[in-house]
Write a protein that binds this ligand. Structure first.
Ligand SMILES: Nc1ncnc2c1ncn2[C@@H]1O[C@H](COP(=O)(O)OP(=O)(O)OP(=O)(O)O)[C@@H](O)[C@H]1O
Ligand SMILES: [Mg+2]
Length: 515
């Protein structure tokens, strides 16, 4: 602790020195004499000062510690300082107060008093030009403490400040949704690997409709992972976790990813593999991702085979002949795009990334067709947890009803439960039916709409099943016919050596026999 005596001695010396300078030296020398006198007093001062510049190094790289200190002091400044600089973050939801220049803030650590001050270096006396901005960018924090506490302050205290600052940054940060840019733009120039927009997806686990037990399991899993830094270090495993989300379209896979990111307070990197040129570019992209992020590869089954497969799949339900044509065209297109990411490249990147970087990342693959995926890709260790997103169950419906209509129960719930047990309907369709379409639509109207939709879906499913059964029967009949005529032909062959010739019809398959 600084004694009052020491404080007064220092203050008196500074005041006296300043008065002497002003009295005995002409104004143009004040600056130099002041600097000299400061050095002189520092020599005898019992205090140590450490500065943390905003920019450092040859290329004036932004100093991470400066930002951490600023964030840490924003929590201390509100207690002690009188002048603040205010910054509004998170869409006007929170206000950060940081100390103004030359304002001093005191802090206490294990009973020891410490002073912080934000200063900026005086502009150079000579005229000069800088690539790195003006005075504003030469700011630094000055940390002052008594020399007898050197070890405590330079060690544990500085660590405490930097960690505290990081925590504040995480709390106040506006999270980002990154997407990867094509390696070269249309005029052939290389561009930034990732571009970003604020991540503002409102999905949470509360609004996500799925079986309650399953949802709780996932939340616990994420929590355990996010708090498991020491545990992962102890077992010698990189701090990461892979999730595979699979299920039909519209069952909430993308919604779940947003809920995960919101739950963990992570950024999201949406990696579009089809625009990645090759394995090494993929590696660079992954290495550039930051901690506390969810890396997402949607429709992995399509991406790995590279371009356009999702398009293909959609068209497959249409006319077969047309499909073949489309497939051929898409294949040609994909080849011309020359994207050369391979399965093994992706596996290496994932494994390499986890071992090379700091961890604290989640990687999520989604697919509509889990059976298409290579087992190597989704084995545990890469995709640790496999989550099936399925058709809407009663539990999920109740969540949607609560979310969309603000009701926990209704006499129509029982009927909806029965209908859902007999009909497959994706949560996206259930949600759409539950959504009021006008101000006149109350909860009952929406529930009735849903019942109607469920009945229609059921009828459609029955009709489709009947059509399929009919088609199957016809096919079997045709096959039977073929077998019969083939048998007849064989019989005919046995009785007559050349039956085709006798009919005056030359069978293509018999040409060989003709010769
Ligand atoms: N389980 C769910 N809970 C809440 N809303 C859901 C759920 N599933 C789907 N929805 C609603 O349906 C919409 C589509 O869902 P989403 O995009 O998450 O489906 P998906 O499984 O990712 O589909 P795809 O396989 O086509 O990408 C969402 O915007 C959401 O409103
Ligand atoms: Mg999706």
């Amino acid at each position: 602790m600084v004694t009052m005596g020491e404080f007064w001695v220092t203050l008196t010396s500074v005041v006296t020195a300043t008065a002497m300078i002003k009295a005995y030296f002409p104004p143009h020398l004040w600056y130099y004499v002041e600097r000299f006198s400061h050095k002189f007093f520092h020599f005898f001062s019992p205090y140590i000062e450490i500065t943390f510049p905003e920019y450092s190094g040859k290329y004036l790289k932004r100093n991470e510690a400066f930002a951490d200190i600023r964030n840490y002091l924003s929590t201390r400044a509100t207690l002690h300082a009188k002048r603040f600089k205010a910054e509004v973050v998170k869409d006007t939801q929170s206000l950060i107060l940081s100390m103004e220049e030359k304002e001093e803030v005191s802090d206490e650590f294990k009973g020891v008093k410490i002073w912080w001050e934000l200063r900026h270096k005086p502009p150079p006396r000579t005229q000069s030009f800088s690539f790195y901005g003006g005075e504003d960018e030469k700011r630094f924090y000055k940390l002052k403490f008594h020399k007898r506490h050197r070890e405590l302050i330079t060690g544990p205290y500085v660590k405490h400040v930097l960690a505290g600052g990081k925590d504040v940054a995480v709390k106040n940060r506006v999270r980002k949704l990154f997407s990867n840019n094509p390696s070269k733009n249309w005029y052939g120039w290389r561009q930034r690997k990732w571009s970003h927009v604020p991540f503002e997806h409102p999905s949470t686990f509360d609004s996500l409709a799925m079986e309650t037990k399953k949802k709780e399991q996932i939340k616990k899993d994420l929590k355990k992972y996010s708090e498991g830094k020491e545990y992962y270090a102890k077992i010698g495993k990189a701090w990461k976790r892979g999730y595979l989300l699979y299920g039909p379209p519209g069952t909430g896979k993308s919604t779940m990813i947003a809920a995960m990111a919101n739950f963990l307070n992570y950024d999201v990197y949406d990696l579009e593999l089809t625009t990645v040129m090759d394995n090494s570019e993929l590696k660079n992209l992954l290495i550039e991702t930051t901690n506390k992020s969810v890396i997402v590869i949607e429709d992995i089954d399509c991406s790995l085979d590279l371009t356009g497969q999702r398009e293909k799949r959609k068209k497959k339900t249409a006319d077969e002949a047309e499909v073949n044509l489309i497939e051929k065209k898409l294949k040609e297109e994909s080849e011309s795009k020359e994207s050369k990411v391979t399965l093994s490249g992706l596996l290496n990147c994932i494994d390499g990334l986890w071992s090379a970087c700091g961890g604290e990342r989640i990687i999520v693959f989604t697919t509509n067709y889990v059976e298409k995926l290579d087992p190597a890709l989704i084995r545990r260790g890469r995709m640790d947890k496999h989550i099936e997103m399925s058709y809407c169950c009663f539990d999920a419906f109740k969540m949607l009803a609560k979310n969309y209509l603000d009701i926990d129960s209704h006499e129509l719930f029982a009927e909806i439960g029965n209908q859902l047990a007999e009909t497959n309907m994706i949560p996206a369709d259930v949600a759409e039916n539950l959504m009021p379409k006008s101000d006149e639509d109350d909860a009952e109207t929406c529930l009735k709409n849903l019942i109607e939709a469920l009945k229609e879906a059921k009828e459609e499913a029955i009709k489709k099943a009947e059509e399929e059964a009919l088609l199957k029967a016809e096919k079997e009949k045709d096959e039977d016919k073929c077998t019969c005529s083939a048998k007849k032909n064989i019989k005919g062959d046995e009785t007559s050596a050349k039956p085709v010739k006798e009919n005056g019809f030359i069978n293509k398959d018999d040409k060989g026999g003709e010769n």
